[in-house]
Each structure stands twice: as structure tokens, then as C-alpha cells.
Design a protein around this ligand. Structure first.
Ligand code: FAD
Length: 565
């Protein structure tokens, strides 16, 4: 059996090695357009920033080592220019010599990945404008930085690559601005959770232009003018376009393979395309989203690697299936960690799912053991059934662990209440006897059982302030003095029982505290005294982060916080 693979990085290299492990006699040829195989895309921003110093660290394998160990014929600087499914061959151009030839296959695997999306804007192509995909792009940017010593950079796009670049360019001392069309960074997050990320970026000196669009670029003496829609241009010494990726599927399209979302390749769960004996994996294919069941694009290394292995199994006569992606991701944002799995609240609502959410801000490990830090966790679930839909966490230590537990729970089909049952490892330096994931389960159960009602940060400013409702802040006077919601009266939790008689029973009570814990306790006391009560999910801490972020973004104070902001 002769297998030809297009693309020798995440999906392609994984598949090549797996095919060899399954079939010692297969002839395996991989064509890779760039000069490197099996390189660490995910490490590229860190080489630009000088965190990874040796370029050899970026290339996990060489064609020689691949040949030695796996007898895989990896041909770098070879581009597949056309597919001929009828003849079962591909057309190849050797980019060093210009030679063009045809290569026959019995089975063909496409893992061509995705290209950085190139906007059709004036000035794209200027020599101070870069995109980042390959090792060559990385070396080019690094060489530019060393040669030209840019002092300012504009990053068009605030997704994962934009944020990683921002951190690395700040590390090199550059003045960095991110221009992003949506009102928030990192679209997999909801706005409320992105607000923590915005605050961190601003604190680290990254300028955020959210809700702004790039209109084009102009050369400007020793720099670039970044033209913005309807406002003054920005000047920068270096511009990197990171506005997203587009499946690199021209050859598949020209060969008539069935295409789906954004011209991605349609595959079945065995990673087979619409053409017999042609498989496809990775960023180039559309996948079923595990939560919504919809076809979508998820451009991440984990799915590409898993799909490569599955395609290899099937090429070798096995039967492996890909069940879909849930988009679990994690990113380092300076010293902070941001992680997600499943869908966010925005997507759930768009998909017509009647959802609810909880927020909690537990410590990463037992509070009495030194070094613990708060994380903020948001879990989105379906009302009624409590089906888990997704989770987002921002924080420091322990964020990656919790998101992986939640990702596993989501995959296993647990509902939100079952999170309380997970038997998770505990010792004070690592967690609490009730792990944050268990706590999320307790909270969802309390809502499901009607033990507590919540209101949310987006509703807080619209609560009646005309005396028809009672608004209480259950924190200490000192906390209250540092900042509080307009119209909320300070009544510390520990004094609540003494003041119960003052509360008019015919009025609803809304309670706020710092994180949502004391307000929950207050609601339990009040509910047992016949009071209709609900509390602010996520507490004043969440409300304040969002309000400050809006303030920073709009340069105008938007809402009803009083006190020392
Ligand atoms: P790729 O790994 O991109 O490989 C495709 C290869 O095919 C390319 O090298 C290309 O040159 C080659 N090719 C394309 N067309 C042809 C052709 N016609 N002929 C020959 N060769 C061709 N994901 C994460 O999960 N976590 C991260 O932290 C993360 N960080 C990233 C950072 C950066 C800077 C980048 C660019 C990506 C990052 N990703 C990350 C995404 C991840 O790298 C991709 O999802 C994954 O590599 C996709 O695998 P793939 O095999 O589909 O494509």
C-alpha cells in the first residue's frame, strides 16, 4: 500500500508515524510545502519573544530522523499543486528545483491546515506586515525584530495568536496595540470572563482598541500607518495580522471534494472525504461540535493530532471514529491562565438553548496553605436538565486542571449536578476538600432544587430603586466603603438575623456580597423566614471587573457604582 500525505505537521506527521506502527510494509510519502516537518506551531510566538531561544527546539523532528525511525519519506519544500482522484495521483512541485511531477497513491491523506486569513485591504503585502503560521514566518519576524529593533507593534486581531504575540512583544519592550473588531478579546469567552483578560492586558501595558476595524495600511517613512475605519490612523514599526485562519483547501476544492463551512473539507466520522480513498484531518476539515451537534471549524492541535491517528487506523484497514470536538483550549496571558471547554453563554443562546450559569471564585488550593490564588469560574448549563454546556475559567494556578476535569465531565455527558460527585484528589497544596469543580456542582444543585435564586450582573443596574424592592449588601462596612452598587444598603451577613423584623415581607430582596457566598448564605436565612430573595451571581467582584473594564473601554463611567472605584 502506498500512502501519500499532504502536510507534514500536526495531523500529517501523526498519521505518518501511526501508519508505520500499524503497517511495516506501507510506502509512506509526505509532501510538506515549508522547509520543516512536525514543527511546534504552538511554540512559535515564544521564539519571537525570546522565551524559546534555540530554533531547533521548534522542530520536533527532521526528515532524516523520520526516515531513520519510521522509514517515512518526508519531502520538505514540496508543494502538492493538484489532486487527480480519477488517476489516484497528485501533482507535486519541488520548490527548490521547480521540477513538477506526479505521485501515485493507493490512499491519500490531506492535512494542509489553515492559512492566516488575509483581509482584502489596501496595503496588505507591505514589508513590515507579517502573518504567523510556519517556522519560516517565525524566523522572518524574529530577524526583522533583531535587525530593525521595532519599538511599536500593532496586532490586528485579538484571538489566541494575537494575545500570545502581544505578551511576547511586550516582553521585548515594544509598545503594543491590539485592534479587534468585536468588543472583546478571545471569542470563545463570554464578555464577562473576557473582562478579566482585558484588565490583565491593560495592566501589562497592552493597549486595546476593541470594537475598532482596520481599513488598510500605508507605508510611512520607517513604519506603517494602520488605517482605521472612521478614526485617526495608528503608527507602528511592525504589524502582525492575526485575524483568524481559513482552511487551506484550494487543491481539494479544485478536485471537486465536497466542502463545508468556510470551504473546509467535509469528512465523515472515519475522516473520509467525499472521494474514495481520500482522507482529510486537522484545521482543513469541518467537525461536529459535541455540544451543539452543528458542523463547525475548530483549529486546534489536539483535534488535528487525534484525527490524524484515526485516519491512519482507517487507512490501515481498522475502524476508528472521531466523535467531534468540544473546543477545549487554554492560553497563558502573561502570568494569568485562561481556559475554556464546550460552548459559552453567547453561543448557547444563539443556538436557542435555554441556559443558566453560575460563577464562583474559589482559591486554587486550601486557603490556609500559602500561595493559593483566586480563580473565576463560569459554568453554563441547560435549564431544567442541568446538562453541561461549557465552562470558562480565568486565574492562575490550577485553572488548567479544573478545565480538564470539566472537559472530561462534558465529554462523559455528566450533568451539572453530578460535578458534586466527582472524587477528585485533595491535599492542601493542591486543592480543597471540596474542589472548585465540586463546588460548581453544589451550586448548580442549589439552583435546580430551588434553594437559591440568582440575579446577574447585566440585570443589576435595572433593579428597582424606588423602594419597591429591598437591596442589601451583605459585606463588611470596610468592603462596602471600598465600592458598592448604587442604592444597596450595607447589612453585614453576621448582623442580618438581628434586623429581620425591619424587612417588609411583601417586597423582594436582592442581596450582594463580594463573591456570591455570603449573599447565598443571606438568602438561605431570608428564604427560611419567608422572604422572596435572590443574590448576585459572582458578587460585586465580578460586577466591578466588568464595570471597570467598560469604563476603560469607553473612557466614560457607565453605571451605578458608588464609592472608591
Ligand atoms: P498544520 O499543523 O498547520 O500543518 C499543515 C501543513 O501543511 C503546513 O506546514 C503547510 O505548509 C502544509 N501544506 C499545506 N498545503 C500544502 C500543499 N498543498 N502541499 C504541501 N504542503 C502543504 N493549537 C493549540 O491547540 N494550542 C496552541 O497553543 C496553539 N498555538 C498555535 C500558535 C500558532 C502561532 C499557530 C500558527 C497555531 C497554533 N495552534 C495551537 C493551532 C495548531 O497549530 C493547529 O490547529 C494544528 O497545527 C493543525 O494541524 P494541521 O495538521 O491541520 O495543520
Amino acid at each position: 500500500m502506498k500512502v501519500v500525505i499532504v502536510g507534514g505537521v500536526a495531523g500529517g506527521a501523526t498519521a505518518a508515524a501511526r501508519i508505520r506502527r500499524l503497517d511495516e510494509n506501507a510506502q509512506i510519502v509526505v509532501f510538506e510545502r515549508s522547509g520543516f516537518v512536525s514543527y511546534a506551531n504552538c511554540g512559535l510566538p515564544y521564539y519571537i519573544g525570546g522565551v524559546i531561544t534555540d530554533p531547533e527546539e521548534l522542530t520536533l523532528q527532521t526528515p532524516e530522523r523520520f526516515w531513520q525511525r519510521f522509514r517515512v519519506d518526508m519531502r520538505v519544500r514540496h508543494e502538492v499543486t493538484a489532486l487527480h482522484p480519477q488517476r489516484k495521483s497528485v501533482a507535486v512541485r519541488d520548490l527548490e528545483t521547480g521540477r513538477v511531477f506526479e505521485e501515485r497513491y493507493d490512499k491519500l491523506l490531506l492535512s494542509p491546515g489553515a492559512r492566516p486569513t488575509q483581509p482584502e485591504l489596501p496595503g496588505v503585502g507591505l514589508d513590515r506586515l507579517f502573518t504567523l503560521r510556519t517556522v519560516e514566518d517565525t524566523l522572518r519576524i524574529r530577524a526583522f525584530v533583531e535587525r530593525e529593533k521595532p519599538r511599536s507593534a500593532v496586532l490586528a486581531g485579538g484571538g489566541y495568536i494575537g494575545l500570545e504575540l502581544a505578551e511576547n512583544l511586550r516582553g521585548l519592550g515594544m509598545d503594543v496595540t491590539i485592534v479587534q473588531r468585536p468588543q472583546q478579546l478571545l471569542n470563545p469567552l463570554d464578555y464577562d470572563m473576557a473582562a478579566f483578560d482585558h484588565a490583565k492586558m491593560r495592566q501589562e501595558g497592552v493597549k486595546l482598541m476593541l470594537g475598532h476595524s482596520v481599513a488598510g495600511f500605508e507605508a510611512d517613512r520607517n513604519g506603517v500607518k494602520v488605517l482605521l475605519k472612521g478614526e485617526a490612523a495608528l503608527k507602528a514599526d511592525l504589524v502582525i495580522l492575526a485575524i483568524g485562519v481559513t482552511p487551506d483547501t484550494r487543491i481539494a476544492k479544485e478536485a471537486g471534494l465536497e466542502l463545508g463551512v468556510k470551504d473546509s473539507i467535509v469528512v465523515n466520522d472515519r475522516m473520509e472525504t467525499s472521494e474514495p480513498d481520500i482522507y482529510a484531518v486537522g484545521d482543513a476539515v469541518e467537525v461536529k461540535h459535541c455540544v451543539t451537534g452543528e458542523q463547525t471549524l475548530i483549529s486546534l492541535a489536539g483535534p488535528a493530532n487525534k484525527q490524524g491517528r484515526i485516519a491512519a487506523d482507517n487507512i490501515c484497514g481498522g475502524h476508528s471514529v472521531y466523535g467531534g470536538s468540544q473546543g477545549s483550549s487554554v492560553i497563558k496571558v502573561f502570568d494569568m491562565t485562561v481556559a475554556t471547554t464546550g460552548i459559552n453563554e453567547r453561543t448557547a443562546k444563539k443556538a436557542g438553548i435555554d441556559c443558566d450559569k453560575i460563577y464562583l471564585s474559589p482559591a486554587s488550593h486550601a486557603a490556609y496553605y500559602p500561595g493559593g490564588r483566586l480563580m473565576t469560574m463560569k459554568v453554563v448549563f441547560e435549564k431544567g436538565s442541568c446538562r453541561l454546556l461549557g465552562a470558562q475559567i480565568v486565574g492562575y494556578e490550577g485553572v488548567d486542571k479544573r478545565i480538564d476535569v470539566l472537559a472530561s465531565a462534558l465529554y462523559a455527558g455528566l450533568n451539572g449536578v453530578q460535578l458534586k460527585e466527582l472524587d477528585l484528589a485533595y491535599a492542601p497544596p493542591y486543592s480543597s476538600a471540596k474542589d472548585p469543580v465540586n463546588m460548581a456542582g453544589f451550586m448548580i444543585e442549589n439552583i435546580a432544587q430551588g434553594n437559591v435564586k440568582q440575579f446577574h450582573w447585566e440585570e443589576a443596574d435595572a433593579l428597582p430603586r424606588d423602594g419597591s424592592a429591598i437591596l442589601l449588601d451583605a459585606r463588611t462596612p470596610a468592603e462596602y466603603a471600598r465600592g458598592h452598587l448604587e442604592g444597596f444598603r450595607n447589612l453585614p451577613l453576621d448582623e442580618l438575623r438581628e434586623h429581620l423584623e425591619e424587612l417588609e415581607r411583601d417586597k423582594p430582596v436582592y442581596v450582594v456580597c463580594q463573591s456570591g457566598l455570603r449573599s447565598y448564605l443571606a438568602c438561605r436565612i431570608l428564604a427560611q423566614h419567608g422572604v422572596d430573595c435572590c443574590h448576585l451571581a459572582g458578587g460585586y467582584r465580578l460586577y466591578e471587573v466588568i464595570a471597570k473594564e467598560r469604563c476603560a473601554a469607553e473612557c466614560a463611567f457607565p453605571c451605578g457604582m458608588e464609592g472608591n472605584h
